[in-house]
Write a protein that binds this ligand. Sequence first.
Ligand SMILES: [Zn+2]
Ligand SMILES: [Zn+2]
Length: 174
Amino acid sequence: MIRFIEISEIPESGYKINEQISASALGMDDELEFPKPIVVSIDIEKVKCEAVTKGLIEFSIKQTCSLCLENFISTISSPFEIEFKSAPAEVFEEEKELEKEELDTVFIKGLEIDLFEIIREQIFLSLPMKPVCKPECPGLCPRCGTNLNLDKCNCDVESIDPRFAVFKKLKVKT
Ligand SMILES: [Zn+2]
Ligand SMILES: [Zn+2]
């Protein structure tokens, strides 16, 4: 896949990308595990000397459930739209602040779009903060740590608010 696109070289009819790329080509295979190539569809439209990119990134990723701590594969589709505006070098430093607030507009120093950067960013933005293997994941027993997806335990958990579990334990001991 082509990595850099010069805005001035985008034809009037725009530019379309429908490709697959491996995580290693993107340099994302160090900490994250992608079982399949990442599917990328991007439409780039030129508006005067600016560019608008619209697209969809689809990928499967190995994650750890925040409730039961098991690994699972989730498939994520991340649609996005980013506007690229070029800014004069001296304005660039001030505009950087703006860039953070207004995620959809990116000011670029030159007139070049880095597609790999877009793809990496969209992947990071679409990853859930607290991944769950399934919406109704029962997680681990707060008492004995059994993975309640796989097994049952004999703990009387329902009547205990996890916040008070500690106190109850103390009572039992005395
Ligand atoms: Zn889970
Ligand atoms: Zn238990």
